[in-house]
Design a protein around this ligand. Structure first.
Ligand SMILES: [Zn+2]
Ligand SMILES: [Zn+2]
Length: 142
């Protein structure tokens, strides 16, 4: 039987039921967040100190600050291509907003520029052009 390692809960799931399984994770909660977000398995995450790493961002449009969950920070520090949607959750708006509209409280840098820099440092992890285009395309309809 073919199995897929679920990028949300890291369990091995039969490929035939994976779509349904994944839908449970991405289902929006009453607060507007997904039930779970994609992360790297804990053994693959960045495991050094997060001192000096920005963790709280402010959404320009509403002025609300949101903390980035640690498991997500530790995942994108290892693979900055993991979150190709280029959006993050804003507690104030109760929805996902473009990185470009959010700035790190500590550094004043917007999340898009920040991630672009992380990506430049790891060109070997860059996904294939097809994956990239597909995600851009999906984003047009969000
Ligand atoms: Zn799962
Ligand atoms: Zn907002």
């Amino acid at each position: 039987m073919d199995t897929i390692r679920c990028p949300y809960c890291h369990e091995y799931v039969a490929s035939t039921v994976y779509a349904k399984h994944e839908a449970e994770h991405t289902k929006l909660q009453p607060d507007g967040q997904q039930a779970e977000y994609v992360t790297l398995p804990s053994e693959e995450r960045f495991d050094e100190s997060l001192e000096g790493v920005p963790q709280v961002y402010r959404h320009n449009k509403c002025g609300t600050c949101t903390g980035m969950p640690e498991e997500i920070i530790r995942s994108y520090l290892k693979n900055p291509y993991l979150y190709l949607a280029d959006r993050t959750f804003c507690c104030g708006c109760g929805k996902h907003v473009p990185w470009r509209e959010c700035i790190w409280v500590d550094t004043g840098e917007d999340l898009q520029s920040y991630t672009d820099k992380l990506r430049v440092e790891k060109p070997e992890l860059r996904p294939g052009i097809f994956t990239w285009m597909l995600i851009r395309f999906v984003n047009l309809f969000r």
